[in-house]
Design a protein around this ligand. Structure first.
Ligand code: 26W
Length: 850
């Protein structure tokens, strides 16, 4: 075999790695420096040369001495090099065209692994596989080396990742702005069935996907006070005199479009202490104290807050929000616009999308930049600002809506608080003009709340400033108008719109489910991956016996793949031939994992007590995946209960071979990509009116799972599209929930009147799952019985009845497969490409560059 340890006379690639995309561009001194360097050769040989070059020069090792991590890093750099020229070209083309850019402002991006996606976007998968094989290496093994960047909690962060993928694929200029958390979402382990959090050290072995640009750092100020002064023109102005500052260092990530040559940028900011801290050290005499101050500054981007939906109102969180937003606004103005650009026209060049309220402090920040730094009048600044922002709301839970106390805001960002007060004054004057003398209304709509303490309602501020406000599914947008912001939708009916969420089919169909993808391509030809509505062409195949057999074989093979993974990853044995029933999402009461649990315990109890022969159960494995916010007691207790039930059920001879519960720890994007394609049944069982949209629901349907779900979020639209016959609807709808809430929900009545529900809860209360301790799960059970805001017991009977229908349908495998195929064929609508088209047309008013 050829000696491949050393590179045979490689071409230098310094042009590429030395190129800076940020900071003031110096005049090129070499004719070639204006044009991006070419791509490495698209051949197995070229790939191997590049790979070995990276291994030798970047990792500094010979192939024979390299570790798996070396090999992974070299492979990643190799693939990256193929994208480099396109990245530079994209940036050049966008500037030259002076095209309008989408500035996606999001505190979270749940990206998932990068390598597979980069190989897909460059069409290098096969070449890489062959080239690595020549080196005696296995692509899959190397892909598995990658630690996913878990820079998000759940749906909101994953949605951001899908959206930037779609924009790149649709050739739309977009910069994603966010935070480079040193520690992402915690790694979950179980100890005695209880969740234990470990830090996520995703950067420990190096991240080959990021490009730091310390030379383009931005200073961000905090604290201090404001002063008035009169400027040279005799105008009264305000000056912010901050008391401390940090540096934001940008890290660029490639966001490659699918086979289209576009590579957009995700720019994540990392906090670093400024020189001021060094000076402090020098002057203070107390070296240790001064170094501590440095750590304080760098804390800002240290860790992702693991709370999903309950804001803690923590100072550090507000620091994070202002930090990344201040960096991002400055970055675009200073580095992306040409010198001398008239900021009165800023809205022609950027439209900022506020991903929930987390980045809303950008509104007063832009006002401050325009007024205090650029000398705009208030009205001029507002004219620009109110054209630059749009706001997406991702929740309906009142406790998820952020309110920052004016005490904290005034201490951290005194100038911004002044600006918010003035925005509010002007806004309330407008309200008063439209509804004269309606003081109650004015108070209701005020951006400033007075109870329980004086605070800034960020959702109101966002709504006042935004051109458009949208919810994330039809039902959610309706409820947003009617229940969360009714006064605002009355004042500005045209401001409100809906954009139903979507998911990227590149990651969640093609990468996650290659076998299904091949089957689809065999049937309808290529092209569907960027035009997902074309899945409709699969409909006739739902009655084609040969196709059905192949489809079922793909599902079976995906189950085998999952079985192998769970065995090595978690030492979990998945039995063969079971209905695979999957509930994966964050653990939250409103999502009602406890309802799924009651169903399991109910089946188990019926067999145990002899009410049902085990043979009557459809063999079923229920898989849970869920992280609980570390401070969320009820969620953590629910995880404990699920694990305890799993231990008992899985070792009970009575249900052996019939019922199994699996709860692999640390559910993340990587696991989702294996779990979802294997699932038969998708659990989407939130209390109606609570789940804004859901996006997991879409991923399951697109991969041929049938949904059991309530009339909530995007379930509503999924059911409309796939048809009632192919969707298992249960439970109260939103009006019924509201009515029951008004009447008074009394869970005890369900317990009293429903013998099976009673037997189920009693079994838990007996200590059966807790080694005889009857009180181990009091918190969960008493909550269900006494104060459950999410009415699990009210939907129990409907849920178990509908599960019985699931079993009936599953018994007819042919009918099941037909429904599964129709789910795939009819859910092309849920591509995030379609969501992006909706945003482009109705919110951003711009179009792709091509
Ligand atoms: C700590 C404060 C906080 C508040 C809200 C953190 C995170 C949030 C997010 C809005 C929660 C979230 O991820 N919402 C989910 O957004 C998805 C994308 O739109 C929807 O599909 C989910 O239904 C919604 O729960």
């Amino acid at each position: 075999m050829q000696e491949l340890n050393q590179i045979p006379g490689n071409d230098p690639i310094d042009e590429v790695s030395g190129h800076r995309t940020l900071g003031p561009t110096s005049t090129p001194t070499h004719p070639l420096a204006t044009a991006p360097v070419g791509m490495p050769a698209h051949s197995v040989d070229g790939f191997v040369r590049e790979f070995l070059h990276e291994l030798n020069t970047n990792q500094g090792v010979a192939l024979s001495r390299s570790s798996a991590n070396d090999q992974y890093l070299a492979l990643a750099s190799t693939v990256r090099n193929y994208l480099m020229a396109r990245w530079l070209e994209t940036s050049r083309r966008t500037r030259e065209a002076k095209a309008k850019t989408i500035g996606y402002l999001s505190a979270e991006y749940l990206l998932g692994r990068q390598l597979g996606n980069a190989l897909l976007a460059t069409d290098l998968n096969e070449i890489a596989e062959k080239g690595l094989a020549l080196c005696g290496l296995d692509l899959v093994t190397l892909r598995n080396q990658e630690v996913e960047p878990g820079l998000g909690n759940g749906g909101l962060g994953r949605l951001a990742a899908c959206f930037i993928d779609s924009l790149a694929t649709m050739d739309v200029p977009c910069i994603g702005y966010g935070i480079r958390y040193e520690y992402g979402i915690f790694r979950q382990t179980f100890v005695d069935g209880r969740q234990v959090e470990e830090t996520d050290t995703w950067l420990a072995l190096g991240s080959p996907w990021e490009f730091p640009h310390p030379e383009a750092s931005v200073q961000v100020d905090f604290g201090g006070h404001t002063e008035r002064y009169v400027d040279a023109d005799g105008e009264e102005r305000t000056r912010w005199v901050p008391s401390w500052n940090v540096l934001g260092v940008p890290y660029n990530y490639m966001v490659p479009g699918y086979l289209n040559g576009r590579v957009n940028t995700l720019r994540l900011w990392s906090a670093q202490a400024t020189k001021a801290f060094d000076l402090q050290i020098f002057n203070a005499g107390d070296y240790a104290q001064a170094v501590r101050a440095q750590t304080f500054a760098e804390n800002i981007s240290k860790v992702l807050y693991p709370e999903d939906s309950t804001p803690q109102g923590k100072e550090l969180r507000l620091q994070q929000q202002y930090f990344f937003v201040a960096c991002s606004l400055r970055d675009f103005i200073d580095n992306e616009l040409e010198e001398g650009f008239d900021l009165h026209n800023l809205a022609d060049r950027i439209t900022y999308q506020l991903n929930d309220t987390h980045p809303v402090i950008a509104v007063p920040e832009l006002m401050r930049l325009l007024i205090d730094v650029r000398g705009f009048s208030w009205d001029e600044a507002w004219e620009v600002t109110s054209k630059c922002f749009n706001y997406t709301c991702h929740t309906l839970l009142p406790e998820a809506l952020e309110v920052w106390s004016t005490e904290l805001l005034g201490r951290l960002l005194p100038r911004h608080l002044e600006i918010v007060y003035r925005i509010n004054d002007q806004f309330l004057a407008e309200v008063d003009k439209t509804f004269p003398g309606d003081g109650l209304r004015t108070r209701r709509m005020s951006i400033i709340s007075e109870y329980p303490e004086r605070g800034v309602r960020m959702a109101y501020l966002a709504t006042v400033a935004a051109g458009k406000v949208n919810g994330v599914a039809a039902l959610h947008s309706q409820l947003l108008r009617d229940k969360v912001l009714p006064d605002f939708s009355e004042l500005w009916p045209d401001k409100f719109t809906n954009v139903t969420n979507g998911v990227t089919p590149r990651r969640f169909v093609k990468l996650a489910n290659p076998k299904l993808s091949d089957l689809i391509t065999d049937a309808i030809g290529p092209g569907w991956l960027t035009n997902l509505e074309r899945l409709k062409e699969l409909e006739p195949y739902a009655d084609d016996p040969e196709f059905k057999a192949s489809f079922a074989a793909v599902k079976a093979s995906n189950k085998q793949r999952l079985t192998a993974l769970l065995k090595t990853r978690d030492d979990i044995d998945l039995p063969d031939g079971h209905l695979l029933d999957v509930m994966v999402k964050r653990l939250h009461e409103y999502k009602r994992q406890s309802l799924k649990l009651l169903h399991i315990v109910s089946l188990y109890e019926q067999v145990l007590s002899g009410k049902l022969p085990a043979s009557a159960l459809t063999p079923r494995t229920v898989v849970f995946g869920a992280k609980a916010a570390p401070g969320y007691r009820m969620a953590k207790d629910t995880i404990h209960l699920i694990n305890k039930v799993a231990m008992k059920v899985n070792s009970a001879p009575e249900v052996e071979g019939r019922l199994k519960v699996a709860f692999p720890a640390n559910y993340n994007v990587t696991l989702a990509e294996k779990l979802i394609p294997a699932a038969d049944l998708s659990e989407q069982i939130s209390l109606a009116g609570m789940e804004a949209s859901g996006t997991g629901n879409m991923k399951f349907a697109l991969n041929g799972a049938l949904t059991i779900g309530t009339d909530d979020g995007a379930n509503v639209e999924i059911r409309q599209l796939v048809g009632d016959k192919h969707f298992f609807l249960f439970g109260m709808d939103e009006p019924a929930v509201t009515e029951l809430g008004a009447k008074g929900y009394h869970p005890g009545a369900y317990y009293e009147s429903n013998p099976q529900l009673r037997a189920t809860l009693d079994l838990i209360l007996s200590g059966h799952f807790s080694d005889g301790d009857p009180h181990a799960f009091d918190s969960v059970v008493f909550n269900l019985l006494h104060q459950d805001r999410f009415m699990a017991l009210a939907d129990f009977q409907s849920y178990v009845d509908t599960q019985a229908l699931v079993e009936q349908r599953y018994a007819d495998q042919d009918a099941w497969t037909r429904s599964a195929i129709l789910n795939v064929a009819r859910t092309g609508y849920f591509s995030s490409d379609r969501s992006m088209r909706d945003y482009l047309q109705r919110i951003w008013h711009t179009s792709p560059m091509l």
